[in-house]
Each structure stands twice: as C-alpha cells, then as structure tokens.
Design a protein around this ligand. Structure first.
Ligand code: SF4
Length: 267
C-alpha cells in the first residue's frame, strides 16, 4: 500500500481498460505530495503543495497507513483519486516519478489535478450509463465518456490545455438529465439541492428520489431514512449517520462519500 488511496474503493467501477479506482501500487504517491494540507480535523499537519507529507516513506508507502484515523489523517482515508494517480504515473508519464526526476514534479502534480477531475467525470458517466431509466440520454453519455477518455490520454501539455470547466458543464448537463429521468415517477421528491442540512435530524424520513446535489449533510442524522434513488452528487456527508438507511439505487453516491459517513456500528 502506498498513500491514502491505498484504501481503495468498495465499489468496483472499472470499465474496460480505464480503471476508475485507485491502484496505489502503480502510483508514485502523488496525492501525498501534490496537494497542500491545512491543519484541521482532517489533517494533523500543515503541508505546502508539492512537498512530501512527513509520513511518506522512500518507497512511496505511507508510514502510518494502518493508523491514519488515530493519527489525525482522516482526510487521507476518505480521499479518492478515481484512479487518476496511476494514470498520471504510468500513462501520462510512462512510469517515471517525481523523486528520481525532480524536473517533472511540477508538470506531474499539475496533471494530477486535471486527471482527477476527468476520472471523476468518467465515474459519474459510467454510473449514469447503468441507469436503465436514463436510456434516452445513453447515447450522449457514451459520446461524452469517449470524449473524456480521449482527453485523459493526452500528453502533459495537452492535459494542461484542457478547458475543464467547459467540459465539466457539458457533462453535468447530461448527468442532471439522467438523474431527472432516474428519479421520475416518485411523487414530490424533496429538493434539497445545495441545502445546508448540517447536523439536521432526518432520521426515518422519506427522502426517496431527493435531490441532494451539493447538499451539506455533515453530521446529519439520516438513520433509517429512505434514500432510494436520492441523488448524492457532490453532497458532503462527512460524519452523517447513515446506519440503517435504505440506500438501494441511490444515485451518484461515491465510495469516498460512503467512507466519510457512518454506515455501520463498527467505528
Ligand atoms: S498520512 Fe501522508 S503519507 Fe500517509 S496517506 Fe496521508 S498524505 Fe500520504
């Protein structure tokens, strides 16, 4: 195991050759070096961008992997690169690494940011293509997926030149439509898009088909809530209590969101 991505995903999101889950053994621990950390409940230390975390060993493995939570690095547990780390290391940079070649560190770390965003979009597009109710937009989803895959195969310079915001907007429009189609038929689904529901008591609520896109559900009590077909795109569920909640067919609920919430009695 290497860095925080070593936790891997609980949901298999592989699709063809494009791996959408972290494979830390094939990554040069980019996520343990590239981003800056601000000391907080998620990170025990401040760390500037581009500087290796003090817990990173010479072999690109995390020295406290088994004790991340206890040592105050919960952010490492829940982070997800969607497989971007190994793509940048093995694909874009052909197996080279920032430690043996410090000259490529900057471009490598910059590529990680863009690649993570592309892989995240690929994860959502793959999920949307699983939705039978969204068949009407499957062709658009497939075309956007192919386009996103092509973008991710570029050279470091090409990856840097991607207009990510514009691409993300186009993808999001179709994902939104897919979500609407998947949630159609549920009478009066609650609309909590972008809502501040921090710490809210929602135990046992009927939230079927709820729009929870971008909602702040930090520490919310969602025990035994009915969340079937609720759309979790970008929702912040850190510390939310989802024990006993019905998450069958929940939409766009990522493995890292699940890791950040409480889903079982086990700590
Ligand atoms: S504690 Fe440091 S080395 Fe370990 S996973 Fe987190 S960032 Fe990487």
């Amino acid at each position: 195991m290497t860095g925080w991505l070593a936790y891997g995903n609980q949901i298999d999101s592989t699709d063809g050759d494009m791996k959408l889950e972290a494979d830390c053994a094939r990554c040069a621990a980019l996520c343990c070096v590239a981003p800056a950390f601000a000391k907080s409940s998620d990170f025990a230390i401040d760390k500037p961008a581009g500087k290796p975390c003090r817990n990173l060993r010479d072999d690109f493995r995390c020295g406290i992997h088994e004790r991340l939570d206890q040592r105050g690095f919960h952010g490492c547990v829940v982070f997800d690169c969607f497989g971007a780390g190994q793509h940048v290391t093995q694909g874009t940079f052909g197996g080279r690494d920032w430690r043996s070649e410090p000259g490529i560190a900057g471009p490598m770390f910059a590529a990680l940011d863009v690649m993570r965003a592309l892989h995240e979009l690929l994860w959502y597009l793959t999920e949307a293509l699983e939705l039978d109710a969204a068949v009407r937009v499957h062709q658009q989803l497939r075309a956007l997926k192919e386009e996103t895959e092509r973008l991710s195969e570029g050279t470091p310079a090409e990856i840097q030149g991607i207009d990510l915001e514009s691409h993300r907007r186009r993808v999001n429009r179709v994902l939104l439509r897919a979500s609407e189609l998947a949630r159609a038929g549920i009478p009066n689904p609650p609309d909590h898009r972008g809502a501040n529901l921090i710490g809210r008591r929602l135990r046992g609520r009927d939230l079927r088909g709820a729009n929870l896109r971008g909602a702040l559900l930090i520490g919310a009590d969602l025990r035994e809530a009915d969340l079937r077909r609720a759309d979790f795109t970008g929702a912040d569920v850190r510390g939310a209590d989802l024990r006993g909640a019905d998450l069958r067919d929940a939409l766009f609920l990522t493995p890292s969101q699940l890791r950040s919430a409480r889903v079982s009695d086990n700590p």
